[in-house]
Design a protein around this ligand. Sequence first.
Ligand code: UVW
Length: 320
Amino acid sequence: PEESTAPAVGEVLKDAPSNWGKWGDDDEVGALNYLGPEQVVAAAGLISAGKVFTIQRLIGDPKGDPVWPGRSPAERTQILDEGDWDEGGKGPSFPGGLHYADDKINAFLQGSTQYDALGHVWYDGLLWNGYDARTTIGGLDKASVQPIAEKGVVGRAVLLDMARFRGKPYLDSAETFTHTDLEECARSQGVELRKRDILVIRTNYLQRFFELGDAFYEGFCEPGLVYSPELVQWFADMEIPNLVTDTIANEVTFDPNNGVALMLHNALMRNLGVTLTEIVDLEELAADCAEDSRYEFFYAAAPLKVAKGSGSPVNPIAIK
Ligand code: UVW
């Protein structure tokens, strides 16, 4: 990060809407409370063709893994394979001659397709629901990914294909859009945006990562939603539980109006309790939606139950 003249995020958001306390003083899942049995049953009614889409990006993709600057992609290490029995006899010996493959992964919990815990970002020493930021020291005692993983995320989701809507293969660096653009995109796709929808937004921006390699990170500024008081109020009024995007960080990286980094992480996640999901791969799903003109579907995601975790890898599933 460079020296900047950006205002403190707490200044910009001092009158912003908040859901703190709405679900009790000990809540740790925030706006996911909007997804109850009624929403799950209604979402199940969207399954008609039996088409299943898994939207996780491949961990260990030979083409590379896009990650937030400063993080490194997950590393998988082989621990045991046939070579351990073939060449040198190091493999453990079991009755009957059992051989097996073992491996391990060393990964940022935010290093691939992921759910962020509500305690993943904060300002002014307080995180979601007013928990003290010192509860993050050594691991999240409050608002970790564990309660989100225990609840699971299931509901009606709508794909908003902003790249197709703007007639581009992918959005440009720093290109922005607002909630009114999302509404227009939905209208052009012929799908209704409803309260408590899970929003799934396609920019296809990460295609640039696969085209450019390391040069992708020069002047890094992803496209995405941009902060305005009206946009935050729209998320509050629409009771959006979960924002899912195919970018690394869900929103335009630096607010073009004031330079603040990841403003919506704070305005939506810290203040409203909206869960953020990043780095999904929407290409097959989006192609199918364009083909059958159905942009709504059943969505389910089960992040891993990681005690104190600030996020978790995940392979969300969309079913039509
Ligand atoms: C940061 O919060 C820095 O990134 P992300 O939400 O993409 O994990």
